[in-house]
Design a protein around this ligand. Structure first.
Ligand SMILES: Nc1ncnc2c1ncn2[C@@H]1O[C@H](COP(=O)(O)OP(=O)(O)OP(=O)(O)O)[C@@H](O)[C@H]1O
Length: 936
């Protein structure tokens, strides 16, 4: 099955409402995409069809692209169906029929651009058939399927009128054609020879349409121009379906709902059939609706079918659009098996046609017989009607006669009525007169009976007065007793109120006194607390001040002691260094002196030895030995010196590593030890030397004589050795001097490092001093700030205290004043209440007494009044009491007499006019009745 989608442009209303577009058509890709907004997301659903026509597509485009091939196939002998499916108002009818009328078509039978599929297909068929110059015949059927009822839209008017009555009983039925197809029995088939004929038929048929599905069926038979015997036969079904919307959304009600339901039945069955075909189900429910029965061959059969789905681009049709597209998309999957209709032999066709003519003839005969019957029946009906008319005419005449009689009667009655009216007026007048005179009589009688009535009235009144007096006195007694009870109750209540007021006042006084006491005590408590707080603050302040002072003193003493300590340390170090310097200088001098002395003594002894060598050359060996020993001593001295220097160096190195004071002290002690030891050694050696020299001299003296012989040799040897010794001594002295110099150098270095250490120390001391001073000044400023803050806090607390005290004093005074005022007011109010209650009770008492007096007086007055008015005698006394009643004057008594008849009549007539016969407001009597009226 082919399926195409056709999206109409926005309607004017949609444009007016600015309806958003949700359908977009891609004609090139043959896609329709529908944009849905689900949970704030745009989701596009895309449907692909065989052809897609967007809002700008023209009728011509659709026809050319989608329908021409189908019509061509019809002309080739295929059966084809085109149906439009879609929501109401989406353009199904527009697509199928278009918006053209025949009158609008062009001069050469050209169709206007808005012409739809049907007129274009008709035109194409006839154009093609005519252009082929072939014999052809075209038959048209046009039916409407509405509420599952089939209407023949081509049925002739007169017959359809008759059929209209029949329709109530019998619809056009569907029947199987025996070849798997379905026929509509009795459906009119029009043979047409031109397109314009079809247009006329369509126009006529369209006028009869109600709505819903219409199905146009064109059958064309064609013989080829060459006059072959074979005839091609194709059928084109054009279907305009009803709106596809759901019944619940169609808004149909009652009768319309049934319609919609039936329409829906067709469409629903169509949907089910499509589904069953798509899903290749075993059972296809064609028989469930007439539409599917009619289109059976088009749905999965041998007919080529094209479904045109029409949609609206607007968002409000979104749901239906999706449903339509889904429907058409599913339908696309139906696979029909188109077959060319069997080509008929021309002779067979002629035979068929003859058969049909016979059938038609038979039908015509039957029809004429039926018509004769009908005519006969109608004649009888006319006769009946004639008789009925005659009867009716007779009835009418009778009625007219009756009307005439009734008119006469009416006139007579009218005259009677006038007469009766006059009589009635007279009677009424008489009645009025009678009534008037009756009234008059009544008045006269009543006037005349007045005196007698008065006596009776007096007796009645007396009785009434007596009974009234007893009732009144009883009621007054009850009233007095209830009033007295009420007064006593009210007095009690007032007493209660007074007592309550008094107790309330007492309680209030007590409470206010207690409150005052409490306010005073709380004030005192507050003041004492505040003072305690203040004391604590003062204590805290004093403590912090003392601590601050102590801190500042401690800081200054600390800095001072540090300074002192540092300066003492520096002085000591300086002193040690000076001592060291001095010791070193003296050591240096002493060493130089010692060395000089040593050299001098050595030279002197050498000279002495040389002077005495000749005499003591025997001892030269010994001297030589001694010199050797001296040399050994010198070596020892050197060794000691070396050791001393090494120790000094060591000490120096240690000194450079450790504290300067210790090093200097060590060095000083070392140097002094060394010097002492050298001196001791030198002294010892000098002693030894003089001792040995003495011994040697003695030895030499003792052995001079013995060693003369060898003296010369020895002398030479001695000189040599002496020279050698001298040179050695010189060398030693030089070495010693060099060592000394080095030692001096070391000493100098030591002094320099001591100076550097001293400088560093002084700098350290200065920086320490600075730091100390800085810290001291910072601490001092902190202390000052704290002091200042404390002072400020103190002042603030003091001012706050004063303020709070003032406030409290003021508030408590206010409170007390307010309480005083309140209690005064209350007292005033209570006293007012008391006064009021007293006044009230007095008033009540007065009221009670007044009331009883008044009751008595009322009673008396009432009794008097009644007596005065109605009684001639005292009600109970046996002896008649003189009554103080006014004795009417003679005139009054005269007036009490009944008036003469004439006067009474005159008076009555004056008060009552005869005309109006209404009793007028009585005029005051002409007769003076002043005393009586006063009494009455
Ligand atoms: N493609 C179109 N171009 C212009 N106007 C269109 C188009 N399609 C439809 N319309 C207009 O939309 C309106 C409704 O169209 P139409 O009556 O054909 O709808 P329908 O689907 O047949 O409705 P229904 O189901 O009630 O018969 C018409 O006024 C028609 O002119």
């Amino acid at each position: 099955m082919n399926s195409g989608d056709c999206c109409r442009p926005f309607s004017e209303e949609e444009l007016r409402n600015n309806a958003p577009q949700v359908v977009t058509c891609n004609e090139y890709h043959r896609e329709v995409s529908v944009t849905q907004n689900i949970a704030g997301k745009h989701i596009d659903r895309v449907f692909t069809f065989d052809k897609v026509f967007g809002p700008n597509a023209q009728q011509k485009d659709l026809y050319e692209q989608a329908v021409i091939p189908i019509v061509n196939e019809v002309l080739e002998g295929f059966n084809c169906t085109i149906f439009a499916y879609g929501q109401t108002g989406t353009g199904k009818t527009y697509t199928m029929e278009g918006e053209c009328k025949r009158s609008k078509s062009g001069p050469n039978g050209e169709l206007p651009p808005e012409a739809g599929v049907i007129p274009r297909a008709i035109k194409q068929i006839f154009d093609t058939l005519e252009s082929q110059n072939a014999e052809y015949s075209v038959k048209v059927t046009f039916l409407e399927l509405y509420n599952e009822e089939i209407t023949d839209l081509l049925a002739p008017e007169e017959i359809s009128k008759v059929a209209l009555e029949d329709k109530q009983k019998k619809q056009l039925p569907l029947m199987e054609d025996g070849k798997g197809g379905v026929l509509v029995r009795g459906l009119e088939e029009e043979i047409v020879t031109s397109a314009s004929e079809i247009f006329t038929l369509l126009e006529r048929g369209s006028a009869k349409r109600r709505t819903a599905e219409t199905l146009l069926n064109k059958q064309s038979r064609e013989t080829t121009p060459e006059g072959e015997e074979l005839i091609k036969c194709g059928k084109l079904n054009l279907v305009d379906l009803a709106g596809s919307e759901n019944i619940s959304r169609s808004g149909a009600r009652e009768g319309r709902a049934r319609e919609a339901g039936e329409i829906n039945k067709s469409l629903l069955t169509l949907g089910r059939v499509i589904n069953a075909l798509v899903e290749h189900l075993g059972h296809i429910p064609y028989r469930d609706s007439k539409l599917t029965r009619l289109l059976r061959d088009s749905l999965g059969g041998r007919t080529k079918t094209c479904i045109i789905a029409t949609v609206s681009p607007a968002v409000h049709c979104l749901e239906e659009t999706l449903s339509t597209l889904d429907y058409a998309h599913r339908a696309k999957n139906i696979k029909n098996k188109p077959e060319v209709n069997q080509k008929m032999m021309k002779s067979t066709l002629i035979k068929d046609l003859y058969g049909e003519i016979e059938r038609l003839k038979a039908g015509k005969l039957l029809l004429s017989l039926a018509m004769a019957d009908q005519i006969e029946q109608m004649g009888m009906t006319i006769e009946n009607h004639q008789k009925q008319i005659e009867e009716l005419q007779a009835k009418y005449d009778y009625q007219v006669q009756q009307c005439f009689d009734l008119g006469n009667k009416l006139d007579a009655t009218q005259k009677d009525l006038n007469l009766t009216s006059k009589l009635l007026a007279n009677s009424e007048d008489n009645l009025k007169q009678c009534q008037f005179s009756l009234k008059e009589r009544d008045f006269i009688i009543s006037e005349q009976k007045k005196a007698a009535r008065e006596d009776k009235l007096n007796a009645d009144n007396r009785l009434t007065v007596n009974s009234f007096q007893t009732v009144l006195s009883q009621q007054l007694l009850t009233l007095c007793s209830s009033l007295g009870a009420s007064v006593s109750r009210q007095n009690e209540h007032l007493q209660c109120v007074e007592n309550l007021c008094n107790s309330f006042l007492q309680l209030h006084d007590k409470a206010s006194v207690e409150l005052k006491q409490k306010v005073n005590s709380s004030r005192a408590l507050y003041v004492s607390h505040f003072e305690a707080v203040q004391n604590v603050v003062r204590l805290h302040k004093a403590g912090s001040n003392a601590a601050l002072e102590e801190l500042s003193a401690l800081t200054s003493s600390n800095s001072q002691s540090i300074e002192e300590f540092l300066s003492a340390e520096a002085n000591e170090a300086k002193k040690v260094l000076d001592d060291l310097q001095e010791t070193l200088t003296s050591q240096q001098g002493e060493m130089a002196h010692l060395a000089r002395e040593l050299r001098q003594r050595f030279h002197a002894s050498i000279e002495h030895l040389m002077n005495t060598s000749e005499s003591v050359h025997g001892f030269l060996d010994k001297l030589f030995k001694e010199s050797k020993r001296l040399e050994c001593h010198a070596t020892q001295v050197d060794e000691i010196q070396t050791k001393c220097i090494a120790e000094f160096r060591k000490a120096y190195e240690e000194q450079s590593r450790s504290e300067a004071e210790k090093l200097i002290a060590d060095m000083t002690s070392l140097v002094s030890d060394c010097m002492r030891r050298q001196k001791e050694m030198v002294d010892a050696k000098l002693d030894d030397l003089s001792d040995s020299a003495t011994g040697n001299k003695l030895f030499l003296d003792g052995y001079v004589s013995t060693i003369d012989g060898i003296t010369t040799d020895l002398k030479r040897k001695w000189q040599d050795s002496f020279m050698q010794t001298e040179s050695n001594f010189k060398d030693n002295a030089d070495f010693s001097a060099a060592k000394h110099c080095r030692m001096e150098l070391f000493l100098q270095k030591c002094v320099n490092s001591a100076d550097t250490a001293l400088g560093r120390w002084q700098r350290t001391k200065e920086s320490l001093n600075d730091m100390g001073n800085q810290h001291a000044s910072t601490i001092g400023s902190h202390v000052r700030n704290m002091w200042y803050n404390n002072e400020q806090h103190d002042a603030e607390i003091e001012s706050a205290k004063v303020m709070v005290e003032d406030d409290i004093k003021e508030n408590s005074e206010d409170l007390i004043r307010w309480f005083d005022g309140l209690s005064k007011q209350e007292k005033l109010s209570v006293s007012k209440i008391l006064a009021t209650s007293r006044t009230h009770s007095e008033t009540l008492e007065n009221l009670g007494s007044d009331h009883s007096q008044q009751v008595a007086s009322i009673e008396q007055h009432a009794v008097d009044t009644f007596r005065r008015k109605y009684m001639d005698y005292e009600p109970t006394g046996t002896t008649p009491v003189r009554c103080e009643s006014d004795i009417p004057s003679k005139g009054t008594i005269e007036s009490l007499r009944a008036m003469p008849m004439d006067a009474l009549q005159e008076e009555f007539r004056e008060n009552n006019s005869y005309e109006s016969f209404h009793v007028k407001e009585p005029k005051p009597s002409l007769i003076p009745r002043a005393p009586l009226s006063q009494i009455n």
